[in-house]
Design a protein around this ligand. Structure first.
Ligand SMILES: [Zn+2]
Length: 168
């Protein structure tokens, strides 16, 4: 059996570098209106000290804080020491929780852009990646490169009208 950490005191180390903002989805049905509270409970049940993400973007677009921004996360094996984890709530179909689906709300896209733009001010060198860049998971159920190029002006290769993947 693995060792279960039961302490409620936060003993999470600070990160020394921030090379990536890693986008996740919670792999929950679109009808599930969850946020920090539920994820924090699930992650503690899995033995984490607390919610492994730094930010959670709820279905209504509200951004909730997880770990403090400079803490080491628990969201992407091998990259927790140098990344910030952002989770979009949703990402699987209503019928089948094993089936990836890009079903995020307009308010969530708006918040994701706002959050990444803000984080970029603090961590100008960090790149935006999807969890799938570092694992064989489908997480976060959309093409993060295409999204970043279309929505974030500071991402190299940003798209202009007419390019495939360009959105208003
Ligand atoms: Zn993920």
């Amino acid at each position: 059996m693995g060792k279960r950490i039961t302490s409620t005191t936060e003993k999470i180390m600070s990160r020394k570098s921030t090379d990536y903002f890693i986008i996740h989805c919670t792999a929950t049905k679109p009808s599930m209106d969850i946020g920090f509270e539920e994820i924090n409970r699930w992650h503690r049940e899995r033995g984490f000290l607390s919610c492994g993400y730094h930010f959670i973007i709820r279905r209504n677009g509200v951004i909730e804080d997880g770990r403090t921004t400079d803490a080491v996360g628990a969201h992407c094996r091998g990259k927790n020491h140098n990344s910030i984890g952002i989770a979009m709530v949703g990402g699987v179909t209503q019928e089948d929780h094993t089936k990836a689906e890009d079903n995020f709300e307009p308010a969530q896209w708006e918040s994701l852009k706002k959050l990444c733009d803000e984080l970029h001010e603090t961590y100008p060198e960090a790149q935006v990646k999807g969890h799938y860049h570092f694992s064989d998971k489908f997480c976060p159920s959309f093409d993060v490169d295409d999204w970043a190029k279309a929505d974030l002006l500071w991402v190299e290769g940003d798209l202009v009208p007419g390019d495939p993947g360009y959105t208003e």
